[in-house]
Design a protein. Structure first.
Length: 363
């Protein structure tokens, strides 16, 4: 190809990036360099906006991904629907859903946008990145650790526009229009594609006075005998190979063992000792709590771990119901019943906190 041909291609491409002639025909979707009778003029930005709204499921996430206001997105959609004389999207309070016509048109529109993008790529230097990259970064470490890296990336690729959002909350990548997220922690079971960037190491610290009074733990399991300053419902998690050990669930397991002891003691005397049915039910329900906590602790999958914790929580509810029965039939006095009930309630709350901590942990 001659230099003259290159200039002509570049000139044509510039025109295409500004506008695109599209034809809706009986046999499909085509493009032409000039208008004919029955054809309609459309802007490529309108098509791209429509595809983004269709893929993200709403005007707001599409606007965030495109880096424009919601009013601009709405105008582009309205203009496109006017040109086609058909409704492509059904607006709802939850977002926007494709109509039957919109679903069909989306495939052709996406193909046209992809072809324009491919044409642009052929004229860009090899390895040159461009476009808009929206990244959700953790507020706790992002400004200090990742902001300098992304700043250097932007300098190396001047055509690339990087938008950062610093927050420690859970982020819905698709609904909020993010391309990726950088998080610290363990990835919950999900369909997200994840890649490990690198490890972050932490330390457990204590004052000299505390060590003098309580000694130094040699491994994570010994932490159950120590006091800890923790934030809210957080759990300290330790990695041993692929196995995750948590300080929080060790304390919950110990509380479950103490409950089993109390239940066995109370069912050895009085009417409960003679009512074999109620006694055995109460014992089985109590034993089920630490048993399922321990079983879940041995599972490599965090999803399975949560399932066993939920079973343990259900057993705690069963213990409360059986204690109530024992009170109603006169096997337990009110004081003893209230003591055991309060113990079960605290244990159930600890299980809820542990489940929440696991579900809230994110990459």
């Amino acid at each position: 190809m001659s230099c003259k041909d290159d200039r002509r291609a570049a000139k044509t491409l510039k025109k295409w990036t500004h506008q695109c002639w599209l034809t809706i025909m009986e046999h499909g979707f085509s493009r032409h360099g000039k208008t004919q009778q029955g054809e309609r003029f459309m802007d490529i930005d309108d098509l791209l906006t429509f595809v983004e709204v269709a893929d993200t499921g709403g005007i707001s996430p599409a606007a965030r991904r495109l880096g424009v206001s919601k009013s601009i997105v709405s105008r582009r959609l309205a203009r496109l629907e006017t040109e086609l004389s058909t409704q492509l999207l059904a607006r709802t309070t939850r977002g926007a859903a494709l109509t039957e016509a919109g679903s069909t048109f989306r495939e052709y529109a996406a193909r046209a946008c992809a072809e324009i993008e491919a044409a642009r790529e052929t004229l860009l230097p090899t390895g040159d990145l461009r476009g808009r990259l929206r990244v959700a970064v953790s507020l706790s470490f992002g400004p200090a650790d990742f902001a300098p890296v992304l700043a250097r990336m932007a300098l190396n690729h001047p055509r690339l526009h990087i938008h950062l959002s610093f927050s420690d909350r859970f982020v819905d990548l698709i609904a909020e229009g993010f391309d990726c997220a950088i998080r610290v922690g363990y990835l919950p079971d999900s369909s997200l594609m994840a890649r490990r960037v690198g490890p972050i190491y932490g330390k457990l610290v204590a004052s000299p006075q505390y060590i003098k009074m309580h000694g130094t733990p040699d491994n994570p399991k010994e932490l159950v005998n120590h006091h800890a300053l923790m934030q809210g419902t957080e759990a300290w998690q330790f990695m041993d190979g692929k196995k995750i050990e948590s300080f929080e669930d060790l304390r919950v397991w110990q509380a479950g063992i103490q409950l089993v002891k109390s239940v066995y003691l109370v069912t050895n005397d009085g009417g409960l000792a003679k009512d074999f049915g109620l006694r055995d039910q109460l014992r089985r329900a109590a034993v089920s709590i630490p048993t399922n906590i321990a079983e879940g602790f041995e599972r490599a999958s965090r999803k399975e771990y949560v399932q066993f914790l939920n079973i343990a929580k259900g057993s705690a509810g069963e213990v409360r119901s059986l204690l109530r029965v024992a009170l109603e039939v006169g096997y337990l006095d009110a004081k003893r019943h209230d003591q055991l009930r309060d113990t079960v309630v605290m244990l159930s709350r600890s299980l809820s906190n542990q489940i929440k901590a696991i579900k809230d942990s994110s990459l």
